[in-house]
Each structure stands twice: as C-alpha cells, then as structure tokens.
Design a protein around this ligand. Structure first.
Ligand code: ATP
Length: 586
C-alpha cells in the first residue's frame, strides 16, 4: 500500500473539525487499505506502532529529527533550526525544504506503508551505543525517498506531534462502517476493544473474520482489559435502592489499582491507565506467584501500603516511593504493600467477564491462598442502610476511602471500559483535618508480628471523659514508634498490666493486654472521623457511632508531666471534630 494514500487522508482529516467528516475520511482510508496492512494503518493514524500497553514508543527528540531533516535535504542544521523558529512545526519545515530539493531531482521509488512502518519500528527499537546515529540514518533515508507531504507526516509521527484528533471511538465507528456493515455494529467492536485494549488487533480481526467472527472475541492473557468504573451516590438508602435493595459492599481501599496477569511464572502488572508497571512492584509479582493457585489468571486488586507489624493500612502517598527507576527493592522493604483482590476476569482459558459478580466473587475466594499480604477486599452483603453506614465509617477509620457497593444481580457482568451503575462508590463529601496533637492514655496493647514479634504491635489509646470519669478509646496506634520506643514501652507498661479491662476503660475492642490508665502519649492523626468501633463520644454526633483518630502516629513525646486525668478530653475531641469539619467536595 502506498504511504501517499495515508498522507492524503491525514491532510483531509486535519482540515476538518467535524467528527462525522473525520470518520468519513477514515472510512475511505480503511477501505483502501489491504488486509495485510490494516493493523499498521490503524496504529499509525494514532501516532503509534503498537498498542500503548506494550510501552514501545517511536519517540525521537526534535533535535535528532532536525539532524535527519538536514541530512535528507542537504541543508545545514542551522538552516533547519532557523526555519523551525518560524513554522513551529518541524514537519512543515521538512516539507518546505524537500519541495525545494525536489525541483532539481526526480522522484524516487514511492514509499509504502510497510516500509514506513518497518523503518519507524527499527528506529523505536534501536538502543545502546551508536543508536542515535542509527536512528538519524534510518529517518534520513526514509525522508530522502519521501514526497514532501509524506515527509511532513513522517516527521510529525516520529516526534509524537501527529495529533490528528482521532479518538479511539472514532476508529471504532470507522471500522464499523467500513467492515461491520454499519454503525450499529460498533458495540461488538467496542467490546472487543474493551477486553483487549488493542485497536489494531480489533481491526485485523474484523477485516479477517467479519463482525460475526468478532462476536467470539475473547479476553487474552497479556492484553489488559479496560477497567470497569463506578458511579457515585451519597447515601446508603439511594445506593440500596439503585442496586435492587441488596448489595455487596466492599472497602474502597486507597492505593493503586493493579490488573494482574499471571501466566505460569510470568506475571505482568498493569496500572489503571493500562501501563505496564511490573517493575515498580517486584513484591507483588512474588506474592502473586506464591499465593495465586491457578496457572493462568487475570485479576484485579488494590495495592495498598501497609504496616506489616500491625496490619494497619497506610496512606496512598507511601506508594509514590515506587515511582522511580532505581532502588525499588529498598522502597519495597521500607514501604511494604498488601494486595486486596476485588475481581477475577479470567481463569485457565475461561473468560469470566461475562459472568455475574457473585460467580466471579466465589471464584476469587477459591483461587488464592489468603494471608496478611494477600486478601480479598473486606465485604458485607446487606439490605440494611444502617449496617451499610456503619461499615462505611469502619472503612474510613481503617484508612480506606469509603465503600464500593456492587450489584449482585444476574446481569452484573464485568463492564470493561465503562462507568456504570453496577458499581457505586460511596465516599465522603467532607474531610476534617487534624492540625493539633492530642494527649492520649494507654489502656491496652496488641501483640506485634514480624519485626515486632515479642513486643507490642499497636497500643489502644483513650481520651478522658471528665463528666463520667472514664476512658473511652479513640484509636489503635501502631505508627511513629522507634526501635528504642518499642523496647522501652513494654518495660514502662509492665507495672500497670492487669488481667482484664480496667473498669474505667470503655472499649468495644478486645486488647491482648490491658493496663491501668496511667501513661500518656502525645499523638497526631490525619483527621477525626466517625467510628462504630471506638467509644469516644459514642452516640453524641451520631447514633451508634463514636469518634476516632485516623492514621494515628506517636509523636515521640511521652507526656510524663501529665496524669491520665490530664489527657485530652472527649469534649475537646468533639470540638476538634466540629471545628475542623470543612466542606470540601471530593
Ligand atoms: P476514584 O478517584 O474514586 O478512585 P476512579 O475513577 O479512579 O475514581 P472508580 O471506578 O470511580 O475509580 O472507583 C473505583 C476505584 O476504587 C477503582 O479504580 C479502584 O482503584 C478502587 N477500589 C478500591 N477498592 C475497590 C474495590 N473493593 N472494588 C473496586 N474498586 C476498588
């Protein structure tokens, strides 16, 4: 196929801003394209060589492209640079200089799509010493044989500035018209695209097998499925009504969404935007190899930073340490993660995206070995708005963003690539920020795990209720302790150890060790939230809820100058909650 046809189509597409006209030009081009070149033409019109998830980019720096244009046109780099200042578009500059050159030379062999594609592919793959020169030579060779207009588009393609404005959906429309018998067949093409994220592959399939053949298009390992997304509502009542009166509500973990593809020992991880992020999470790769039973699986999980000694979830920001090239292993040790699985889309050859969620959820429960670091997203199945609200508060207090409530109906398939009402997220519309520290009383402790085996993993802390002279709990705190603190605290608490909860302590939680309320620690958290678990201010702001400190951390200050009765009071916590309540729409 002549590249000239592609360049001409680009020119027309570029000159219109109407989507329908754009689609018509694209339909024309696709109809003129032979079967064997359809994939290449589809990728090229999007300025690509492969689907995004492969991570292969043409990307040549403009400076390099200038050298190639100079070489191909017989001009100096300075001349090219000078003209570029005026045009602002190296494509146009290349076109101009080639036009001048062509007046004195005669046209060489016409360029084919195949040659353009293969040369660009070589440019993209060239690496190592000498690769810069190799790229310049390859590009200059192509330009030397190109017509001026072709050169313009080749340059724009390699420098990543093709920008024809053709959206994925326009390509699907054009394919439906050109090869699917009309626009109505787009849904079938769209489904194929949603489960493969690969427009070239979809195009090739429809050209070869027709729209009927495409109906059997299946999920494939190694090709990311476009993610399903949630709608949003702001009350448990509305959510239950929308989901037919009953739903499965899961914690909405605050981490990074990861689509896991396991093929034997090979594990690939894709981000929400379907980039390959396997290198950022070597620990996830090992966890998947060790704890996911079937050989071939595609599943989805939220990857969350955790404190392995206490099991506490950590804020999303801790995952930012993974966004780097070097030192990933160190970051993985310092900021460990856990996986909370929430869907399974494929197991050993079976496409599960067409199955309702209860079926997928059952499969999910069976195929993993659960442990501290690999779990199923915590869930309840309920038809009670009150229960939903309390589960929501619990999720927030435990470091989550809220809940994702999911349909249990027969039609609750995995809607790849779309935001629909089968999933409804329930997040807060406010956030109360904690700016001040509080002084809390140690009333209990929990045994530590891992590095903290033999000492305490977390402490149960209380505020002081002066009116009733009791100590209601307000958080479980496992962060901010140095190794020295961890050694010192058990010794310090030893004299106050008692075999059961102290009568002045109000707690719904069952601690491993109880103490007399004596020792006061300075603590700060991210915010104060409603909590069904902690007894501080129980039933005061809302029925059946107390107040808790989210993401609590010991500041390092032992308030030896304070007695337990000098600790921050329940009234103060209520005031802090109220005054810090800012209305911020999230
Ligand atoms: P948001 O900023 O609210 O996460 P979003 O557009 O990225 O918005 P949505 O589809 O609206 O995503 O909300 C679902 C997101 O919540 C998922 O992308 C996923 O990362 C995260 N998540 C956490 N826990 C779950 C869960 N149990 N089920 C589904 N998604 C979950």
């Amino acid at each position: 196929m002549k590249y000239w046809l592609v360049a001409e189509a680009y020119e027309k597409i570029e000159q219109t801003s109407k989507r329908l006209e754009m689609t018509d030009y694209l339909v024309d081009l696709l109809k003129k394209t032979p079967k064997s070149a359809i994939e290449k033409v589809v990728y090229l019109t999007q300025g690509k060589l492969y689907p995004d998830f492969t991570g292969i980019e043409i990307g040549i720096a403009e400076k390099l492209a200038v050298k190639a244009v100079a070489k191909a046109t017989g001009r100096s780099e300075a001349e090219i640079e000078e003209d570029l200042k005026n045009t602002g578009d190296l494509g146009e500059t290349a076109q101009k200089f080639l036009e001048k050159k062509r007046q004195v030379t005669f046209f060489p062999q016409p360029l084919t799509v195949e040659r353009v594609y293969e040369t660009l592919d070589k440019i993209a793959r060239a690496s190592g010493p000498g690769s810069m020169d190799q790229k310049i030579n390859l590009l200059a060779g192509l330009l030397a044989d190109a017509k001026p207009k072709e050169a313009k588009y080749i340059i724009r393609t390699v420098t990543g500035s093709l920008r024809l404005g053709i959206a994925d959906m326009t390509v699907l429309d054009a394919l439906a018209i050109a090869y699917g018998g009309g626009k109505d067949s787009r849904v079938i093409l769209e489904r194929a695209y949603n489960v493969s994220s690969d427009l070239g592959k979809v195009a090739k399939n429809v050209v070869e097998a027709g729209i009927e053949g495409l109906k059997n298009f299946k999920v494939s390992l190694g090709e990311p499925i476009r993610p399903m997304a949630a709608e949003r509502l702001s009350s448990p009542e509305e959510i239950l009504e929308k989901l037919g009166g009953r739903c499965i509500a899961e914690y909405k973990y605050d981490g990074e969404r990861i689509q896991i593809h396991k093929n034997g020992g090979d594990v690939i991880l894709f981000s929400r935007r379907l980039e390959n992020i396997t290198n950022q999470y070597p620990d996830v790769v090992s966890l998947v190899r060790e704890n996911v039973v079937p050989d071939k699986v595609i599943m989805e999980a939220e990857c969350v930073a955790v404190n392995l000694e206490t099991g506490e979830l950590r804020p999303f920001q801790e995952l930012m340490h993974r966004r780097r090239k070097h030192g990933i292993r160190e970051a993985a040790t310092e900021y460990p993660i856990a996986l909370f699985l929430f869907d399974v889309l494929y197991v050993d050859g079976e496409d599960l995206t067409v199955q309702p969620y209860p079926v997928r959820h059952d499969v999910l429960k069976k195929i993993i070995t659960r442990n501290d670091r690999v779990q199923i997203a915590k869930y309840i199945i309920t038809d009670d708005p009150k229960e939903l609200e309390l589960f929501f508060e619990e999720a927030i207090e435990n470091g989550c963003e809220g809940l994702v409530c999911k349909s249990l109906s027969e039609s609750s398939v995995y809607q790849a690539g779309s935001r629909g009402w089968l999933w409804i997220k329930y997040k807060r519309d406010y956030k109360s920020e904690m700016t001040d520290t509080v002084d809390l009383v140690v009333v209990g402790a929990f045994h530590g795990r891992g590095k903290r085996a033999g000492t305490y993993g977390a402490l149960l802390l209380s505020a002081y209720d002066a009116k009733n002279d009791v100590f209601p709990t307000v958080c479980k705190c496992g962060s901010g302790f140095t190794d020295e603190d961890l050694e010192k605290i058990p010794q310090m608490m030893e004299p106050y150890k008692i075999p059961h909860r102290h009568p002045r302590v109000q707690s719904k939680l069952e601690a491993d060790v109880w103490f007399e309320p004596k020792i006061v620690l300075e603590t700060i958290g991210a915010e104060i939230t409603l909590s069904p678990v902690h007894t501080c201010a129980m039933n005061i702001i809302r029925e059946e809820s107390g107040l808790a400190i989210r993401f609590p951390r010991f500041t390092g200050r032992y308030r030896t100058d304070k007695s337990a009765e000098d600790a921050t009071t329940v009234e103060e916590i209520i005031e802090m909650y109220k005054s810090q309540l800012k209305t911020t729409q999230t």
